[in-house]
Design a protein around this ligand. Structure first.
Ligand code: EPU
Length: 423
C-alpha cells in the first residue's frame, strides 16, 4: 500500500456545490441485512468507500454473492446460502462494524463465530450490549481464543431487551436478529439515529414487522423468512455536517445537494447560533458563512437527536477561529480528542480538561504538517488546513478514504487547493 498525504494551500473561501453521498453508517448495516434472506437485496445510492469494500470482502467470504454497479452506485447482495459462519480477525480488526454480521448470521444459521474487534483509536469500544442482547434472545455465547462463539440451535426467541447504554450498532444487530426470532421482541432505550430508521424501513420492505424505529422503543414481530427488496441508502449526515463546516470555516458559500437539514437538527441550530446561515432548498440547503468571525458556541456530544460525536472534531476546527470561547464536551468516546494537539500545532488555543476541551478563538490558523489518527480527526485537519494561512500536509490519509468519498475532488470543485500526493 502506498502511503498518501493530502496537501492543502489554505485561505481560499469555498464556493460551489457538493453532492452528498449515501451514508456509510447506514450502508454497512443494510449490507449485513442481506444475510437475513436468500433473495437479492438491491441497495442504491451506495457510497464508494474503503469501509464498504471491507464489508463486501467480509460478506463475500460468508458466501454472499455481490454484484457492484459502481456507475449506478448500486450493489446487489444475494445470500442464497451462507457457507461460512465465521467472521475472521483479519477483516474484523480493520473495521469494527463487522460485528453487524453477528446477529443476522446467528438468527439465520443458528450459529456464528465473529472475531473480537479489539482496540480502537477513539476508545475502548466494548460489545457487551450486543452479546447480552443476543443472550436475552436465547443465544449461548462463549469467548474462545479471541472469537465470539454464538449458538442458538433451536432458533432465537423474542423478548424484551433493555439497553443499559444507547448503542447504534447494538440496536441494529438486535433489530436484525429479532426479525427472524420466534414471537415479539422489544428493544428499550434503543438508539434513534436516522440510520436506525433507514435499516428498519429496509427490513420492513423485506417483509419484517417493525414499529417504533426512531423512538426509544422498537417492537419487532419475528418472521420465519424475509425476502429481497430494493432500498435507497439515506444521505450521509456526517458528510453533510462536515461540508457545511468547511463552508463556514473558509468563510465561503456552498450548496449541499442530495441531503436535508432534517438529518442534522442539533448541528444546524448550533451552526446558526455561531452565525452561519443555512437555507433549505429543493435539493438540500445553502450554507453561507458570516463575513465576520463566527461566535464560539458550547457543544456536548450525545446520541441522536443530540450533537453527533462524529462531527465533534470538525466543529472544534471551526471553533478554533471563532470569537470568544467554546467548551466542547465529548460524552460518547473517552479518547476522541486526538486532533487537539494537531490543531494546536496549527496555532489553535485548546486545553483539555477530562472529557471537555476549552477552545479559545484565535484570529487565524497557520499551515503545518499534521498526522491523522482516525477518520473524523483526519477530516477535521482538512478543514483546519483549508482555513489556515499557508501549506498543510496531512499524513495517513487512508483514514479519510474509509468515510469520505473523493474528498479532494468535492472540495476542489469548490475552489479548494487540495491534492493527494504519494509519500
Ligand atoms: N458501548 C458499550 N457497550 C457496547 C456497545 C457500546 O458500552 O456493547 C458504549 C460505547 O463504549 C460508547 C457508547 O456505548 O461509549 C456508544 O457506542 P455505540 O455502540 O453507539 O457506537 P457504535 O455503534 O460502535 C456507531 C458509529 C460510530 C459512531 C457511534 C456513536 C457505525 C458503523 N459506527 O458506532 O461511527 O461514532 O455509533 O454515534 O454506525 C465513525 O463513523 O467515524 C464512527 C466511529
Amino acid at each position: 500500500m502506498t502511503l498518501q498525504k493530502i496537501k492543502i494551500q489554505g485561505g481560499i473561501p469555498l464556493s460551489g456545490e457538493i453532492a452528498i453521498s449515501g451514508a456509510k453508517n447506514a450502508a454497512l448495516p443494510l449490507m449485513a441485512a442481506a444475510l437475513l434472506t436468500d433473495k437479492p437485496l438491491v441497495l442504491t445510492n451506495m457510497p464508494n468507500l474503503a469501509d464498504i469494500t471491507s464489508m463486501q470482502a467480509l460478506l463475500d467470504q460468508h458466501g454472499v454473492h455481490l454484484s457492484n454497479d459502481a456507475s449506478q452506485k448500486t450493489l446487489t447482495l444475494t445470500a442464497q446460502t451462507i457457507h461460512n459462519t465465521t467472521a475472521p480477525y483479519d477483516i474484523v480488526r480493520k473495521m469494527r462494524a463487522s460485528i453487524l454480521v453477528l446477529g443476522p448470521i446467528l438468527a439465520r444459521c443458528g450459529q456464528a463465530q465473529v472475531s473480537l474487534p479489539g482496540g480502537c483509536a477513539i476508545g475502548v469500544r466494548p460489545i457487551d450490549i450486543h452479546l447480552n442482547g443476543l443472550r436475552d434472545l436465547g443465544a449461548e455465547i462463549e469467548l474462545i481464543d479471541g472469537y465470539i462463539h454464538a449458538r442458538a440451535p433451536n432458533g432465537l426467541s423474542g423478548t424484551t431487551i433493555t439497553f443499559p447504554v444507547v448503542s447504534v450498532t447494538g440496536t441494529e444487530n438486535l433489530m436484525m436478529a429479532a426479525c427472524l426470532a420466534k414471537g415479539e421482541s422489544r428493544l428499550v432505550n434503543a438508539a434513534r439515529e436516522p440510520e436506525i430508521i433507514d435499516l428498519a424501513n429496509c427490513l420492513i420492505s423485506m417483509g419484517a414487522e417493525i414499529t417504533g424505529a426512531g423512538t426509544d422503543t422498537i417492537t419487532i414481530q419475528g418472521k420465519k423468512h424475509l425476502t429481497g427488496t430494493t432500498h435507497r441508502v439515506i444521505p450521509d449526515r456526517i458528510e453533510t455536517g462536515t461540508y457545511a463546516m468547511a463552508a463556514a470555516i473558509t468563510k465561503g458559500s456552498i450548496h449541499l445537494t442530495n441531503t436535508s437539514l432534517n438529518l442534522i437538527p442539533t448541528v444546524s441550530s448550533l451552526l446558526q447560533k455561531a452565525g452561519v446561515s443555512l437555507v433549505e432548498t429543493s435539493t438540500g440547503f445553502q450554507v453561507q458563512a458570516s463575513q465576520e468571525s463566527h461566535q464560539g458556541v458550547d457543544i456536548m456530544t450525545e446520541p441522536f437527536p443530540g450533537f453527533a460525536t462524529d462531527l465533534q472534531a470538525q466543529m472544534m476546527a471551526l471553533m478554533t477561529i471563532c470569537q470568544g470561547a467554546s467548551l466542547v464536551t465529548e460524552t460518547i468516546w473517552e479518547n476522541r480528542f486526538m486532533h487537539v494537539p494537531e490543531l494546536c500545532r496549527m496555532g489553535a488555543n485548546i486545553t483539555v480538561h477530562g472529557p471537555s476541551a476549552l477552545v479559545r478563538g484565535v484570529p487565524q490558523l497557520n499551515g503545518a504538517p499534521v498526522m491523522a489518527t482516525d477518520l473524523r480527526a483526519s477530516v477535521c485537519l482538512v478543514l483546519a488546513g483549508l482555513a489556515a494561512e499557508g501549506e498543510t500536509i496531512i499524513n495517513r490519509v487512508y483514514h479519510l478514504d474509509r468515510g469520505y468519498e473523493r474528498v479532494e475532488d468535492k472540495l476542489g470543485m469548490c475552489g479548494a487547493r487540495i491534492e493527494r500526493i504519494d509519500e
